[in-house]
Design a protein around this ligand. Sequence first.
Ligand code: KG4
Ligand code: ZN
Length: 351
Amino acid sequence: MLAIESSCDETACAILDADGRMLAEAVLSQSGHAEFGGVVPEIAARAHLAHLPDLVRQVLAEANLVAGDLGAVAASAGPGLIGGLIVGSGLGKGLALSLGVPFVPVNHIEAHALTARLPGLVPEGAEFPYLLLLVSGGHCQCVAVDGLGRYRRLGGTIDDAAGEAFDKVAKLLGLGWPGGPALERLALDGDPAAVPLPRPLLGRPGCDFSFSGLKTAVAQRLAALPAATPLRRRQAADLAAGFQAAVADVLADRVRHALAMMPEAGLLVVAGGVAANATLRARLATVAASHGVRFAAPPLRLCTDNAVMVGWTAIERLRAGAPDELLAPSRPRWPLQEMAAPLSGAQAAPE
Ligand code: KG4
Ligand code: ZN
């Protein structure tokens, strides 16, 4: 299985064997966006186009294979930035067509959701059903993963995604982009209790999230500092630590509610770039333990965007009888709830 990921600003390829073991992997995090403070779709699409063919050659060589050895090709087909999706799917479809092998279009969110099921990743396995907390730059939701193609969105953000909030607050604090990792490093030197910050939606019924008020609160605390004083490192660290603690409190509370909404879940899985955050991981582990469910957080490289998760999802779908989908469209929007189990007959709803 050759898998391609190109839905945002990571250009990635992977080769997996039929059992889902990774034979080769390459991820290129595009560098051209930092000066704009966010992902520029057109730059992303052109960079995917420039780099994908070489990455495919690279993973084939690393796995000691030639294209003719491939048994299937998969690419993320949505949701994401349309230019990149078209580039990745176009290359994947072209290869599949020329090799006479199936092409599997993969839902990027489903791929994050199923990562925990990669063989050997979670010690006692990740059997359905489980609760997924997906926290990335573009997505923030609690999903009941009932089975392959069977997902229920229990709640999600009503404004910013968690990663987006990390990035925006990092920008306010003068850190680079993407801001999550830099903010986490700075927070190590701060006191999370030094600056009181709100915990939006904490304790409310359900498991929706809201982060935009928290970001505004940080901006107001910053504005209240004496004018013309450069933000001292100590103050910035306190704000970073306070913000991170507020996000962790809110996410832990929302996940507690989600677990109560899904009593059949025996496992809590966290995925997406923000899952790299150590404070958040520790809090979620505690929540899971207090609910008597297991906790799984994929290794960091599988939390952020990668092609291994795309390949694994395609393998799960092929095993369940998914048909060849050479004509599948690329879909900027593709909610998980529109997925269907391959054998139920209905694939993703057409555009
Ligand atoms: O899943 P991902 O790689 O891409 C999307 O699909 O969005 O997630 C990237 C997001 C960015 O917003 C980044 O700031 C955030 O994940 N992130 C973190 C950390 N590492 C990455 N946020 C908080 N703490 C981190 N250590
Ligand atoms: Zn992602």
